[in-house]
Write a protein that binds this ligand. Structure first.
Ligand code: ADP
Length: 460
């Protein structure tokens, strides 16, 4: 049988542009798909990035198409700036979505599957089933729409609807209309041949009012075609043995060097240098979703327990203000870095002992998997992909791989941190735990096979 042709459409792709986990997925899943025998290509907007002419592929020659429109994409940021979302996002991403289909025709690449991701590409299945409905070129093309985060739906005012270029009849509760607004993700869910999300737990959670962000009804109507496939990570990019950005490479065999990283990180961050002081790391978008209201309520108490805290993140202004204050009151043991910095991120994964991810909801979460690989123990709330990957450590049996809590309450988070700090005191047991998590395997291989199975099912 011929190789399945897959076009992977994403608004961000590592190494070209990244704001979050979607970019990591888009930069690594296509490689894993190629590895298991797919003919896969990637398509993304050409932002203000330094893409060299010869850099039009991911590793191993997975072709990347860049959609160029400097008016739309030659900007500092991807989706918005300090004033909020870019006002012309609907123009930008309906343009991108149309170009995805036009590029297929221009390149004579008729995909079996267009794998769309999040609201920025949600119009692709809509255009395919309207404008291109009778186009023989796409007669066999099907769409998988993957939701990486339900909280970002691509919502626009009703009067912007004409920008999409479709009949007003589609501004209807069964398609685009959502409480009087235009909702791209909703239309994507309705028109895609199948819908998936990035963990099995989130696939269940999203059907409930608590997690559904108002989309639970439309998702429920597609339940028969809704799947959960856990993200993987690319161990070529995330591995302390290969990581050029950290202070010193290390592996399970050279564990001492993890602590060289810790000391160098402490030094660089201007906090006390010492191997035995438990260092808690955070690398995250600073938004409500990630549980920072909990963190901000327990951080002072945690910092009074002979610990250190290093945070890297950007996001909502209120959290910037809170953590600026933490930096001032805990000068000696807190390092607050309010920016996006890929190099510092890797140093934190490598140099920390404990990593906090107390999310309110978490479709998959990559940080816990990255932490594992670097021998850093996650403290997580049991939700979405965090629930599917992290289980409570039992000091008696040595079972489990992290510290978890269920109820979204500050005292629950604090209790989990305390359990982690207690466990950290027992050097031997901790060392064993660290080695154990470093050996866990969350590579893409298994998930890529699951996607292939799903593609085939859609095509049947
Ligand atoms: P989300 O996509 O919801 O932001 P994920 O856990 O899926 O969360 O992925 C987040 C990714 O972005 C991780 O690779 C994380 O290390 C990275 N990241 C988040 N904030 C920053 C930052 N300020 N600097 C560098 N990397 C960051």
């Amino acid at each position: 049988m011929d190789k399945l042709k897959i076009l992977f459409a994403s608004s961000e792709v590592v190494p070209f542009a990244k704001t979050g986990g979607l970019a990591d997925v888009a930069g690594s899943l296509p490689l894993a798909l190629e590895e298991v025998g797919m003919d896969v290509r990637v398509i993304m907007p050409r932002y203000r990035i330094k893409v060299k002419e010869d850099q039009s592929s991911l590793a191993r020659d997975v072709k990347v198409y860049f959609i160029r429109n400097d008016g739309y994409f030659d900007r500092q940021e991807l989706y918005g700036d300090k004033f909020g979302d870019y006002k012309d996002n609907l123009d930008r991403f309906s343009f991108f979505s149309k170009k995805i289909l036009e590029t297929c025709k221009r390149e004579l690449f008729a995909p079996d599957i267009i794998h769309c991701n999040d609201w920025q590409t949600a119009l692709v299945p809509v255009y395919l089933n309207t404008i291109y409905k009778y186009d023989p070129f796409f007669a066999k093309t099907r769409v998988l729409f993957t939701i990486h985060n339900l909280a970002y739906q691509g919502l626009f005012d009703k009067d912007e609807f004409p920008k999409i270029g479709l009949d007003w009849a589609l501004f209807h509760v069964n398609y685009f209309e959502f409480y009087g607004k235009v909702n791209l993700m909703k239309a994507g869910i309705v028109y895609a041949d199948a819908v998936s999300t990035v963990s099995q737990t989130y696939a269940k959670e999203m059907l409930t009012p608590k997690f559904g962000c108002g989309m639970e009804g439309v998702l429920k109507s597609r339940e028969a075609a809704l799947y959960g496939i856990l993200n993987g990570i690319d161990y070529e990019a995330w591995s302390p043995e290969k990581d050029d950005k950290i202070f010193k490479k290390y592996s399970v065999q050279t564990m001492e060097d993890k602590y060289v990283n810790k000391e160098m990180l402490q030094k660089e961050s201007g906090i006390e240098v010492g191997r035995d002081i438990p260092l808690i790391g955070v690398v995250s978008r600073l938004v409500d979703q990630k549980g920072f209201d909990l963190v901000s309520r327990v951080i002072s108490e945690a910092l009074n327990m002979k610990t250190q805290f290093i945070l890297l993140g950007t996001g909502e202004q209120k959290y910037h203000a809170i953590f600026e204050k933490v930096a001032k009151t805990h000068k000696k043991n807190a390092s607050i870095n309010l920016k996006f910095d890929a190099v510092l991120a890797q140093k934190i994964y490598a140099g920390s002992d404990i990593f906090l991810i107390p999310s309110k909801f978490e479709p998959c979460g990559l940080s816990q998997m990255i932490s594992f690989k670097y021998g850093t123990i996650p403290v997580v709330r049991q939700t979405g992909g965090l629930k599917d990957t992290v289980s409570e450590f039992d000091p008696k049996t040595g079972g489990g791989n992290g510290f978890t809590f269920e109820e979204y309450k500050p005292q629950e988070l604090l209790a989990a941190i305390k359990r982690a700090l207690d466990a950290h005191k027992d050097k031997q047991k901790w060392a064993k735990l660290v080695k154990k998590v470093m050996a866990l395997d969350f590579s893409w291989e298994k998930s890529a096979e699951e996607y292939v199975k799903l593609y085939k099912k859609i095509l049947q």
